[in-house]
Design a protein around this ligand. Structure first.
Ligand code: 5GP
Length: 181
């Protein structure tokens, strides 16, 4: 299992999406969220978008390996999605927040963790605004969380600075391929 984390907007989902397309030994885990669907997203592709009541029900049904409140919404990873990847003999790769990483590490100590560091906090803000087509309502929460997460970067097995997509992606790919052996 390979877990990728980074502050919102640092580019981790593009890394994971692209590498999963290139390497059929990986399965990109689709997690669950209560946040609103963004323009360009499809239910079941970036996330399974569910409402708050459905999310609470899944928590009580012990459906999630881990779940966390991230920014202002809930996010969670199902046991089922990880087990499906394993049944196919593949490696699960997923992008989750740092709280999720810590839970995963306690349940699956062999999981490898990669942290993607944005070039700067200002650049991160610019990327979030560009991606969301304006200033999202929770931008300040996201920025405060980014600063908090950056302080935790040294807890990860690997760190990559995303200053140039192609260059950083090449580094990411090399690390993952080495982990796959
Ligand atoms: P976004 O709303 O920008 O897609 O994602 C917000 C944050 O939630 C990102 O840091 C993303 O990695 C994280 N996230 C996505 N799915 C999960 C999950 O299943 N568990 C946890 N803990 N975090 C998640």
């Amino acid at each position: 299992m390979i877990i990728v984390a980074a502050p919102s907007g640092a580019g981790k989902s593009s890394f994971v999406e692209r590498l999963t397309k290139e390497n059929d030994r990986l399965v990109d885990i689709v997690t669950f969220t209560t946040r609103n669907i963004r323009k360009g997203e499809t239910n079941g592709l970036q996330y399974h978008f569910i409402n708050h009541d459905e999310f609470q029900k899944k928590i009580s049904d012990n459906f999630f390996v881990e779940w966390a409140k991230v920014h202002t919404n809930f996010y969670g990873t199902s046991y089922e999605s990880i087990e499906n990847a394993w049944k196919q003999g593949k490696t699960a790769i997923m992008d989750i927040d740092i709280q999720g990483v810590l839970t995963f590490k306690s349940k699956y100590p062999d999981a490898k963790t990669i942290f993607i560091v944005p070039p700067s906090i200002d650049e991160l803000r610019r990327r979030i605004e560009k991606r969301d087509g304006g200033v999202p309502a929770d931008i300040e929460v996201r920025m405060a969380n980014a600063e908090k997460e950056l302080r935790e970067a040294d807890k990860f097995d690997y760190q990559i600075v995303n200053d140039n997509f192609d260059h950083s992606f090449a580094q990411f790919k090399k690390i993952v391929e080495e982990l796959l052996g």
